[in-house]
Design a protein. Structure first.
Length: 252
């Protein structure tokens, strides 16, 4: 699915990623944890093609294709999806029109005909149920006036509609109460398939108790310094990151 080798990247002249290596196979869920400033959100931004970040070394292959050789929109059409930590509002653009345009652009990229209105609305109703998205929210402008939890739920709804091959959830649990987190986690779990994979970026173990990862990585100072199973997240929750910083000198 995704193979990243010796990835280096910077922003504003400052190097953030200093040699990241990670391999994600079909059907796997990986969690990336780490203290603030370690490079977690930078990694997600670089993978999806945020132009503010410059790749200065390394490579990333996505389903056999050079990820860094693609434009951001082509990465999305190929099946890469990012759920933002802080979803933006788009006043004046309805969710219906936004999702219809996104889906039909993806279909056009793959040489498929546009969905007919009836087919699209049926799909939208089906996917709304997955994340318990209210009809009133679905008919409003994108994220306009939404609470933090509603915005995150809306992101998972978009994920359900687009059916990506690799979803990156960048601290999607940030600011969520228990009920909203449960709905988001259940939506992610329902969307799992043997062909799709997920990267969950988080500070806390509580989301990972609901979305059980296959692999947990610790990103520190621009490198992945430790990798383990779900038990690693629990150990971090109990002990913090200091023991990893002091006892690990593994290069990314």
């Amino acid at each position: 699915m995704l193979e990243v080798k010796d990835l280096h990247a910077k922003i504003g002249g400052k190097e953030i990623l200093k040699g990241v290596n990670i391999t994600i196979r079909d059907g796997e869920t990986h969690a990336i944890m780490g203290p603030n400033g370690s490079g977690k959100s930078t990694l997600s931004a670089v993978l999806v093609g945020n132009p503010l970040y410059e790749v200065t070394g390394g490579e990333a292959m996505f389903n056999g294709k050079d990820l860094f050789g693609m434009q951001p929109e082509d990465r999305a059409h190929e099946g890469l999806f990012l759920s933002f930590q802080y979803p933006v509002e788009i006043p004046g653009v309805s969710m219906v029109n936004f999702m219809k345009a996104a889906i039909n652009e993806k279909r056009k990229y793959h040489g498929l005909p546009e969905l007919k209105a009836g087919e699209f609305l049926k799909l939208m109703r089906e996917r709304q149920k997955i994340v318990e998205l209210d009809n009133k929210l679905a008919s409003r402008s994108v994220n306009e006036g939404f609470s933090g939890g509603e915005k995150k739920r809306n992101e998972i709804f978009q994920m359900a509609m687009l059916e990506p091959k690799l979803s990156i959830l960048d601290e999607t649990d940030s600011g969520l109460d228990v009920d909203a987190m449960r709905i988001v986690a259940e939506g992610v779990n329902k969307l799992r398939t043997p062909e799709s994979s997920c990267i969950v970026i988080t500070h806390y173990d509580r989301l990972l108790e609901m979305i059980r990862p296959d692999v947990v990585h610790v990103l520190y100072d621009g490198r992945i310094v430790k990798t383990g199973g779900p038990e690693l997240a629990k150990e971090i929750q109990a002990r913090g990151y200091d023991w990893i910083k002091e006892g690990t000198k593994v290069k990314g």
